[in-house]
Design a protein around this ligand. Structure first.
Ligand SMILES: CC(C)(COP(=O)(O)OP(=O)(O)OC[C@H]1O[C@@H](n2cnc3c(N)ncnc32)[C@H](O)[C@@H]1OP(=O)(O)O)[C@@H](O)C(=O)NCCC(=O)NCCS
Length: 193
């Protein structure tokens, strides 16, 4: 148990009895980037964020039996500068509205980065609202803003180019440094997270 009364647990797959509790956080703790989407934007969102098959696991924060925070971590083989590399990812990060700014999100992030390093991920990628406190939140864990764009394909096959990416070194600093230097556009593969 953590000093402020929460536990952090890792699940390789989400136990069925926790699925509803984890999903409930979508309603009680909406993402800054996803509020009030039109039906067209919602459709596009699902086309873009189609990386379920690369989910490596879930990190959940508990207060007793209650799930008060979560993130999904991802792992994918990508091609970068003609070499295969393992890219880690962070997505679906949420902390219950009433439990914020108590260090729970940071504790989840620490566990996420530890798990991804143990899986030999060269670097960890995420996308976020770079014009909010989230940029500082992720910078605390070694993430830097990707200058310019990154790219990926959607479930429909459509190619997207986005400007809200951050990357952190994980197992080594090579991939992250090369992406930050801006020489090659990072293609994260099929689906964002
Ligand atoms: C992002 C989120 C998970 C952070 O969780 P949290 O438990 O409140 O984070 P922490 O308490 O560990 O805070 C870590 C740092 O972020 C800062 N921070 C957190 N919320 C903040 C806010 N609303 N405004 C300004 N700074 C904030 C903290 O002050 C702290 O900074 P410090 O290290 O300089 O002291 C939470 O705000 C959330 O669920 N937001 C809605 C969902 C979302 O937008 N997710 C991100 C999708 S990319």
């Amino acid at each position: 148990m953590n000093p402020v009364g929460f536990d952090i647990k890792f699940f390789r797959t989400l136990p069925a009895e926790l699925e509803d509790k984890v999903r409930e956080l979508n309603q009680t703790a909406p993402d800054l980037t996803q509020r009030n989407l039109s039906p067209e934007k919602k459709k596009e969102h699902f086309d873009k964020f189609c990386s379920e098959k690369d989910t490596y696991g879930w990190i959940l924060a508990f207060e007793g039996e209650e799930v008060i925070g979560r993130t999904a971590i991802f792992k994918r083989k990508i091609s970068f500068q003609d070499k295969y590399m393992i890219l880690g990812g962070i997505g679906k990060m949420r902390v219950n509205l009433n439990k914020r700014q108590l260090g729970i999100g940071s504790a989840i992030m620490r566990e996420a980065m530890k798990r991804l390093a143990a899986e030999n991920c060269e670097a960890v990628f995420l996308c976020t609202n770079l014009h909010s406190f989230l940029r500082h939140f992720y910078e605390n864990f070694g993430f830097k803003v990707i200058p310019g764009s990154y790219t990926f394909s959607g479930a429909s096959g459509k190619r997207y180019q986005e400007y809200d990416g951050m990357i952190a070194p994980c197992k080594n600093s090579g991939l992250a440094n090369q992406v930050i230097s801006g020489q090659t556009i990072l293609d994260i593969g099929p689906g964002n997270w």
